[in-house]
Write a protein that binds this ligand. Structure first.
Ligand code: T3D
Length: 258
């Protein structure tokens, strides 16, 4: 049975990690399904935004540690390169916004998946745990890259080195999540946000994600030039003309991704 549920409605794809009995920890089939799903959503014009969440009480507990004990388990570096890196790259390269609906604990690579989303909304009972250190490993799947960018170097070092859990309330306070909502409302809130994003101008959203992705590695001069070039592309779309027309005519724009 598939461990990843994919539901598409109203231009929003909801991906649900679905191994609740093992806190949605990541097995080889689940990792492969997830990377495949993100690549396939990239090619699906009917999907304009994505929600990533977990079934049951956890978002994702990271690597399935039982699978790791199997005699034919790949060496760690190989597993990370071949099965985690492709997921994270597919998420960051997906030119559609990803809303993380963090329903419960996000631990180890599960936290990394949450960090790789564009926007995170958390349930009150959610928490983040850089569990790697607790089992003698280092942060992977982008955790050491995303975390300092999201919350600053000092706080990132504290979370990574102590592996102390961060509550949803603290995550909101430090800017790790955009907001915290009651658990039963989480999916509706995340889908409502994704639906709103899906109604945006797709090319502009794609280029915005591209600009944000490269901003930390660019000088101000380079980024100003990059923005100008992207604006040239966005400005030549039919959606830009539609945006202006809708403003003048005092109506909602109908963006078509053209
Ligand atoms: O290939 C590689 O290894 C390289 C990649 C590494 C990336 C990583 O993600 S390394 C980090 C791996 N993850 C962890 O170390 C987290 C392990 N889990 C926990 O620390 C705790 O489960 C949680 C803090 C997440 C939640 O605690 P709690 O008390 O709410 O739940 P629990 O009782 O520990 O877990 C409930 C069940 O889920 C339990 O199964 P059982 O006893 O009821 O049959 C537990 O074994 C299972 N479970 C939780 N996490 C994992 C898991 N099973 C397999 N793998 C897990 N990661």
């Amino acid at each position: 049975m598939a461990d990843l549920r994919v539901e598409i409605a109203d231009a929003v794809a909801t991906l649900t990690l679905d191994r609740p009995e093992a806190l949605n920890s990541l097995t080889i089939p689940l990792k492969e399904e997830l990377a495949r799903a993100f690549r396939s959503l990239a090619r699906n014009p009917a999907v304009r935004a994505v929600v990533l969440t977990g079934a049951g009480r956890a978002f994702c507990a990271g690597q399935d540690l039982r699978e790791r004990l199997e005699p034919d388990a790949a060496p760690l570096a190989t597993e990370v390169r071949e099965r985690y890196t492709p997921i994270v790259l597919a998420m960051r390269r997906l030119e559609k916004p990803i809303v993380g609906a963090i329903n419960g604990v996000a631990a180890g690579a599960g936290a990394s998946l949450a960090f790789a989303c564009d926007i995170r909304i958390a349930a009150e009972e959610a928490s983040f745990l850089l569990a790697f250190g607790r089992i003698g490993l280092v942060p992977d799947s982008g955790a050491s890259w995303f975390l300092p960018r999201l919350i600053g170097a000092g706080r990132a070092a504290e979370l990574a080195l102590t592996a102390d859990p961060v509550s949803a309330a603290d995550a909101e306070r430090v800017g790790l999540v955009s907001r915290v909502v009651p658990g039963p409302a989480l999916l509706d809130e995340a889908r409502a946000l994704a639906t709103r994003l899906a109604a945006g101008a797709p090319v502009a959203l794609a280029l915005t994600k591209r600009a944000l992705n490269r901003s930390f590695d660019a000088s101000l001069e380079d980024q100003l030039e990059y923005e100008a070039a992207l604006q040239g592309i966005a400005g030549s779309t039919a959606d830009h003309a539609e945006g202006i027309a809708a403003f003048i005519e005092k109506r909602k724009p109908a963006f078509r991704g053209e």
